[in-house]
Design a protein around this ligand. Sequence first.
Ligand SMILES: [Zn+2]
Length: 124
Amino acid sequence: MATATARARSPKRYAKTYKDIPAVQAVCRAVGHKWAMNDIVPGKPLPRGLRSVRQADGSSRLTDTCKRGCGKQRTISTFPGGVFDADAPYGYTQTRDWVTLDEGFRPSPREILAGIMMSVELTP
Ligand SMILES: [Zn+2]
């Protein structure tokens, strides 16, 4: 059986500068994750990246993986019968290579975006 991607509830690596944040993770920190759930269209199959597993109590556990590939996943459970619970909390996990920000390094999303944009060639 194939091994699942190693996931962890607590990150193991810490960023003290912008250069410590992997590029795809920097984009998600700047503009938010690209959740598959945002692509749901009633009457269509669940979008790729969103998995639903029925639980013993009749509820469904939805697992949503960031489509940008940053390593974040979030899960949420429905009411029994599959009715979405808008008040249910999301649980988050990440791959083991996820980098969290060090306590002394807390740039805003806009500051991270500025760092990204400075490293991109914008002139055609
Ligand atoms: Zn992401």
